[in-house]
Design a protein around this ligand. Structure first.
Ligand code: SUG
Length: 448
């Protein structure tokens, strides 16, 4: 067995972070529509989390923001003229489209791609399938730059395969790692990959939510497993409970998180709880691992409390002593039922014995907690050496990025500020400088 470490690639929050209410079915996004954002604070909150975890010895890296506004999107929808004219016309005629083109949503890198480490794949490479995110206009345009970014970092084809997004059609709605959980005995050992879907395109009789959209289909999850060359005995497809989607659980990572052999989940996460656990146990036995479920009952934490506190949108991290730390958003401490539950959990003698809490309020107000903000990639030493290392969060890089944010980011962005053509120029200048800081000179298509 190879040894491997889990690297967390956090999304660096972009300079146009704003609240546009673009994600129907995501309660926080809808609740904060048109409120004033603070991009500078958002970026610094994200960087503070990255730095604290790096200082604790966890392998930490980042994925850069995307260029905004997305002029390709705006021009493809008929807004013509100079950049300033495109912006002003879009603001006048379709402000929601302008906000979509300005969205900093690529910060939620759990939705960038699904990742299978080399220990699981037929060809022994690490596979990435970029998520098409086709359920939401503002996110459906992310995949082109995401593929470009991943290829810039994981370009060595001896070790890595980056697959383009699945066809952008409802049958293949794919939201990436947010609906994918890998369980294993150790990060470098073969694992079991659990794909959680919200609906089945080609079986109209299958249960589906009625109020909010299911963003992930079974067909998309199966295609990703095929592309990655997963052993069918170690790839499980599990349906999320549609009733929880209708309560605002728009991704599985809002109701469950796994790490190592631990699955931390809410009793209402899956359509068939006991069947899911049985299948996981059997598949894990095949890789000599034993499932440790940590189940949260609805009587302890309701789905509504899970959604408002983001208890399950936490990072579950393995510590050198074999125990695990749960990285939660500060909102968990502010919810009495959740805070009490967490105290019991840490004292229970189970696998999770530590809580680490962060203020990620700026991202949380758009429905993005600690787990949304990171993409997990388990890498062997040889793989880690083969990736572009300029995105690894060192103390030096942290210092440079804090200074860069200070120079370029606004501390206030209201909906009408998106009409200001100088914002586009500011974002461009910031990203140009970022590519130098990260050592990725041709990161954006506009730089070719
Ligand atoms: O896709 N919010 C994101 C939040 C993504 C959270 N990711 C995970 N759960 N892994 C979304 O709904 C809101 C943007 C706005 O409304 O301005 C937004 O895109």
């Amino acid at each position: 067995m190879q040894t491997a470490r889990e690297y967390n690639f956090d999304g660096l929050v972009g300079p146009s972070h704003n609240y546009a209410g673009l994600s129907f079915g995501n309660v926080a996004s809808s609740n904060n529509v048109n409120s004033v954002s603070n991009p500078k604070e958002a970026a610094l909150q994200g960087l503070a989390k990255m730095r604290a975890l790096a200082q604790r010895g966890f392998a930490q890296a980042l994925l850069p923001p995307q260029d905004r506004p997305n002029f390709r999107l705006l021009r493809s929808l008929g807004f013509t003229g100079s950049d300033a004219e495109v912006i002003s016309r879009a603001h006048r005629e379709a402000p929601v489209i302008l906000a979509s083109a300005y969205s900093a949503s690529p910060m939620w890198t759990a939705n960038a791609a699904t990742v299978s480490p080399s220990a699981d794949t037929a060809d022994g490479r690490t596979h990435f399938t970029v998520a098409n995110l086709n359920n939401k206009l503002h996110r459906s345009y992310e995949h082109a730059q995401t593929a470009r970014t991943l290829r810039a970092i994981f370009g060595d084809e001896r070790h890595f395969a980056v697959h383009d997004a699945l066809p952008p059609t409802p049958a293949f709605g794919d939201e990436g790692a947010a609906n994918h959980t890998r369980l294993c005995a150790a990060h470098g050992a073969p694992g079991v990959e659990m794909f959680v879907y919200g609906r089945v395109e080609f079986d109209p009789g299958a249960p589906a939510p009625v109020r909010f959209p299911a963003r992930q289909t079974l067909e998309a999850s199966q295609a990703v497993a095929r592309l990655h060359g997963l052993d069918p005995a170690r790839a499980l497809f599990v349906q999320q409970d549609p009733a929880t989607i209708d309560q605002g659980v728009f991704h599985n990572d809002v109701i469950a998180v796994g790490n190592g052999n631990v699955l931390f989940y809410h009793e209402q996460a899956f359509v068939d709880e006991s069947g899911t656990l049985d299948r996981l146990r059997r598949a894990l036995a095949g890789v000599h691992a034993e499932l440790r479920p940590v189940r949260v009952a609805a009587s302890e934490v309701s789905v509504a409390d899970a959604v408002s506190s983001y208890l399950f949108n936490s990072q579950l991290l393995s510590k050198p002593d074999g125990r695990m730390a749960l990285v939660v958003p500060q909102e968990c401490q502010e919810n009495p039922a959740v805070a009490a539950y967490l105290q019991r959990l840490a004292a229970s003698g189970g696998p999770i014995d530590e809580l680490i809490s962060f203020d990620l309020r700026q991202s949380m107000r758009n429905g993005g907690g600690p787990a949304c903000l990171r993409l997990r990639v388990a890498l062997t030493d040889a793989e880690a050496a083969a990736m572009h290392r300029g995105v690894l969060l060192t103390e030096d890089l942290y210092g440079k990025l804090v200074a860069w944010v200070g120079r370029h980011y606004r501390d206030r962005l209201a909906p009408d500020d998106l009409a200001d053509p100088s914002l586009a120029v500011e974002v461009q200048a910031a990203l140009d400088e970022l590519t130098t800081i990260l050592g990725l000179p041709a990161l954006y298509a506009s730089q070719q």
